[in-house]
Design a protein around this ligand. Structure first.
Ligand code: HEC
Length: 126
């Protein structure tokens, strides 16, 4: 006489019971948290190849503004990357150089959009 016993009520320990979601201060999720992944090595390589560094230094003003000051200028602007991609690809922006003459701002010779974006994001991360 065998009688199958029904599976008794199991006591379930809810995994959620112990999960306390801590909320961090809002600052932890400000701009920095949205930070885009930047391949700094590739960015610098491209900047050197396109001779951007002839006129731009990360922290010092040369012929052009430092990348730090550009990053500062565009801090918090949501369209910053798009604006700068255009700046270094369109060939529409004129710049005035220290000797007084004006010329088209240099455009990158790279046609790889991802590489150009990476360079811009790197500049904006300075
Ligand atoms: C012949 C010198 C020269 C070269 C080469 C050069 N730049 Fe510039 N760049 C300038 C000058 C001058 C300005 C400032 C323009 C202004 O503020 O009117 C500038 C401005 C910029 C800005 C800021 C634009 C803005 O809207 O504030 C970025 C970004 C930039 N350059 C990136 C680059 C990159 C990337 C390269 C290489 C592909 C490069 N530059 C090559 C001279 C140069």
């Amino acid at each position: 006489m065998s009688s199958k016993t029904k599976a008794g009520t199991k006591t379930m320990i809810s995994a959620f019971a112990g999960a306390i979601v801590l909320s961090f201060s809002a600052s932890a999720f400000s701009e920095d948290a949205v930070a885009v992944k930047v391949d700094a090595v590739a960015a610098k390589k491209l900047a050197r190849k396109d001779s951007c560094l002839r006129c731009h230094h990360v922290s010092k003003k040369k012929e052009g503004p430092s990348y730090q000051s550009i990053a500062y200028k565009y801090k918090g602007k949501s369209d910053a990357a798009d604006t700068l991609v255009k700046h270094i690809t369109s060939g529409e922006d004129r710049v005035k150089l220290s000797d007084g003459h004006e010329e088209m701002h240099k455009v990158t010779r790279t046609t790889d959009v991802e590489q150009v974006r990476n360079l811009v994001n790197w500049i904006l991360a300075q």
